[in-house]
Design a binder for this molecule. Structure first.
Ligand code: SF4
Length: 698
């Protein structure tokens, strides 16, 4: 064996370190990196199976234009020429990029710079919009910056861990493993799971609250009222460090425990048990994920959680804080470079001051002056004929976006679809005019940021196969051919990271949360050997920072946090006699996204091998459905086939179906074809957890 390459897992937002050893015959052995702070040697089953997904079967290895295999020069010329023509004829708003939390930070940075700084539109959004956009809004409103306050150690040190909208055991398994171990070692720790379903995560719960789908904000709002009435607020902290306290406490006045129990469909005694745990526990962490974020009121739910932590003073100290955990390995890195259509770069927005600052830094000819189209809007604008050219990078929106059949139709009629991909055939790549072969995990070099703000390197240990190239290189080459040469003359990803780090500190007087300026400049050698570090990395935190806000200073101009009055609302789409059940979508333990990689590992496919639909046995019986029957799920937007699984842990009136299956694995198993394109008004995040459906025997 050769020396281990230290890299990171390309799947979930836990961001585990991976040690890869290659033997002389090319065999690859994968294990957890004991030196990485996120996992300290652990891996889940998906990470452990990474070595089984490296074969080149099904890979896209050469550029293709209009069905012809071509060389890179022709492919890049065609992308540049066709994008330029659309811009010339219809203006910059007629083009868009749709990126991915699978991209590395350096790739993301170049894509964002090209679209916003040089093409001059902000139409670059990402599949991370589906994952954590509500959490971003929640943090920005409360803290004045998109800053996750916690680190994973806090989960181990808390007296009370609240897991809400998160099947942590399956979606973030290594965090769950850390929690299980901590609980064993600290028997005083209590765990509350708030989830309509009884999931594998409930195995560790002292209290499971199977609340009505979408009613979470009422529970946290009622908890705030109850703490206020039972001497449970940290008034000294609020006085010194927060605004909006009176208005927020006035807004919770109507949420007595009885009303909360009724609204959430929970026994009053369980609601009170939760409130009492809050009162009696010294430190709490609330870990939240898609079940909170994917909602038409997701941003408000996030602020209801943060309100509680601020009011209780449970933030900025070990074992405490509101902790949003991202789905993807580099959703956080995307946020940092401005990968969302409503951000610019380095956590800057669209104020005149920020626009001017970024333009001066980039020395760009023109720059987007207002937010662009978010993920759902982008494909709707394409369907309406307003977006005429799109470049999709490392993601499969024909499967994963809500109203997926409409997305597929929009792509079919779009005059120019460019796809950068690892796989030759995906539901989206099939619809592309130009396909560009991208490097995969193990072949590409760059950095990622995980859910605890930890920046790590992803390292190559395999040679580039065929003609596959790095995304940053492909983007830079197209930018040069569009006439923006000098600004995109990167020869190595370390140069991009160095520029990104410099921008984070450029005229940053401490009001912008993201600051890694002390990491710039980088030479290639230093970047190659970079070790994990949690941002910010600046003069105040030269070695990085485990947890934020310990000094009570937030990123709003006056240094205070903001409590926000929240009005709890139920999901926008209600059930009806025609569509009487609520469809909830989510991940399963052994698959990742649309299965283009994990679908290659036989042992991962053995866990759950076909699309399924989990139902309460009584709901199933009333519909004449037995366990393992083939059923059809229908909504006004589409339908899918699934195998019925009757499970008493499923809340009555609800069904669960996984998000993973794509058109290559099953003809009719794309659950997102059923999801209405309803989004949160503040975050643009779709309500993927609450689609009214009908279930019938096939
Ligand atoms: Fe870690 Fe997530 Fe990868 Fe599992 S999938 S090894 S928890 S990063």
């Amino acid at each position: 064996m050769t020396a281990a390459h230290c890299t990171t897992c390309p799947y979930c937002g836990v961001g585990c370190g991976v040690a890869v050893e290659k033997s002389s015959d090319g065999a690859v052995a994968v294990s957890g990196d004991v030196a990485h702070p996120a996992n300290q040697g652990r891996l889940c089953v998906k990470g452990s199976a990474l070595g089984e997904t490296l074969d080149l079967t099904g890979r896209l290895l050469q550029p293709q234009v209009d069905g012809r295999t071509v060389g890179w020069d022709e492919a890049l010329d065609q992308v540049a020429l066709r994008f330029s023509r659309v811009i010339e004829q219809y203006g910059p708003q007629a083009v868009a990029f749709y990126a991915s939390g699978q991209l590395l930070t350096e790739d993301y940075y170049v894509a964002n710079k090209l679209m916003k700084g040089f093409i001059g539109a902000a139409n670059i959004d990402t599949n991370s919009r589906l994952c954590m956009a509500s959490a971003v809004v929640g943090y920005k409103r409360a803290f004045g910056g998109d800053a996750v306050p916690c680190c994973y150690e806090d989960i181990e040190q808390a007296d009370l861990v609240i897991l809400t909208g998160s099947n942590t055991a399956w979606a973030h398994p290594v965090v769950y493993q850390r929690l299980v171990k901590a609980r064993r070692e600290r028997p005083q720790m209590r765990v509350v799971v708030i989830d309509p379903r009884e999931t594998a995560t409930c195995d560790i719960a002292d209290l499971h609250l199977p609340l009505r789908p979408g009613s979470d904000a009422a529970l946290f709002t009622g908890a705030l009222r109850w703490l206020a009435q039972h001497d449970g607020l940290d008034n000294a902290f609020l006085h010194r460090h927060a605004n909006g306290v009176e208005e927020t406490l006035a807004a919770v006045a109507d949420w007595a425990p009885e009303r909360v129990a009724d609204f959430c469909g929970l026994p009053l005694k369980d609601v009170l048990a939760f409130f009492n745990l809050l009162k009696t526990s010294r430190d709490w962490v609330t870990l939240y994920s898609m079940g909170i974020n994917q909602s038409s009121s997701g941003a408000d739910k996030c602020n209801a959680i943060i309100n509680l932590h601020l009011a209780g003073g449970r933030i900025g100290r070990p074992g405490s804080g509101p902790f949003s955990i991202t789905g993807q390995p580099n959703a956080m890195g995307g946020r940092e470079v401005g990968g969302l259509a409503n951000q610019l770069a380095a956590h800057m927005g669209f104020s005149d001051e920020d626009i001017d600052r970024v333009q001066r830094f980039w020395q760009s000819p023109g720059i987007a002056r207002q937010p662009g189209l978010n993920a759902v809007e982008l494909f709707q604008a394409m369907a309406a004929g307003q977006v005429k050219a799109v470049w999709i990078m490392g993601t499969n929106p024909a499967v994963s976006l809500p109203d997926a059949d409409a997305v597929r139709q929009a792509l079919k009629q779009c005059p120019l679809v460019v796809v950068s991909e690892v796989m030759a055939v995906t539901d989206t790549a099939e619809l592309a005019h130009i396909r560009l072969p991208a490097l995969a995990w193990g072949e590409k070099e760059g950095s990622v940021t995980n859910s605890e703000r930890c920046i790590s390197r992803q390292r190559a240990f395999l040679p580039p196969p065929g003609e596959a190239r790095a995304d940053w290189w492909i983007l830079s080459q197209v930018a040069q051919r569009m006439g923006y040469g000098a600004a995109f003359g990167y020869r190595h990803p370390s140069e991009i990271f160095s520029e990104h780090a410099a921008l984070s500190g450029f005229e940053n007087n401490g009001t912008r949360a993201f600051d890694i300026s002390l990491l710039a400049p980088w030479d290639r050698e230093r970047w190659l050997h970079m070790t994990p570090v949690q941002w910010p990395v600046n003069a105040r935190h030269p070695g990085g920072c485990r947890r934020l806000f310990g000094d009570g200073r937030f990123f709003h101009a006056d240094g205070k946090a903001q409590l926000l009055p929240v009005t709890p609302r139920l999901p926008q789409n209600a059930v009806s006699p025609r569509y009487p059940l609520v469809l909830n979508t989510g991940r399963i333990r052994d698959q990742w996204h649309t299965m283009t990689r994990t679908g290659k590992a036989a042992r991962l496919m053995r866990h759950l091998s076909e699309p399924f639909c989990e139902m309460h046995p009584q709901d199933a019986a009333e519909l004449g459905i037995v366990d393992n029957a083939l059923v059809r799920l229908s909504s006004p937007h589409g339908w899918m086939l699934a195998r019925a699984q009757c499970h008493p842990g499923q809340r009555r009136g609800s069904v669960f179906a996984p998000m993973h299956w794509n058109g290559q694995f099953t003809a009719q198993g794309r659950v997102d074809s059923l999801i209405p394109p309803v989004v949160d008004a503040h975050s643009g995040q779709p309500e993927s957890k609450h689609a009214p459906v009908r279930v019938s025997l096939w």
